[in-house]
Design a binder for this molecule. Sequence first.
Ligand code: NI
Length: 177
Amino acid sequence: MGDPRLLRVAQPVAASAFDSDALHLLVHDLLDTMHAAEGAGLAAPQIGVDLQVVVFGTDAPDAPPNPRYPDAPAVPLTVLINPTITPLDDAQEEGWEGCLSVPGLRASVPRFARIRYTAADLYGDPIVRSVSGFHARVVQHEVDHLLGKLYPTRVRDFSRFGFTEALFPQRDAVKSV
Ligand code: NI
């Protein structure tokens, strides 16, 4: 947080770049970085790359819980390129978020409860999903990175924004942000 590269609106990936070595390398790097940091998702701007590419989710439905989000349901491992989000209705819900670009902190952030998202995959094939809950939250958080937005700018109740260790003193699992 504070790096100007996190505040840019990311560039779309050109059609000619789908399935290219460079795009495969970028996605590989994003997945490696996300796994090494035990993140729930990661966007290209977070590793300094000005492109509309995000990754999120876990490898398999029976994968162990993410230690940073131990109560979160499994989300399929997904690569989204040039994603767009449409809320399915006006309903929003609050939920805890952290961010690998904002280490040590958590906040309760309002997000649309139900969304439809569209994107391309690594090969340029379309992805269209309607999702809710944690899956919808992760996608909204990651797509925000492509708009140059970090979650603290979405916080409404600043009494629920603070250091992970202060907010969750009893929960060892969320201390290693
Ligand atoms: Ni983030």
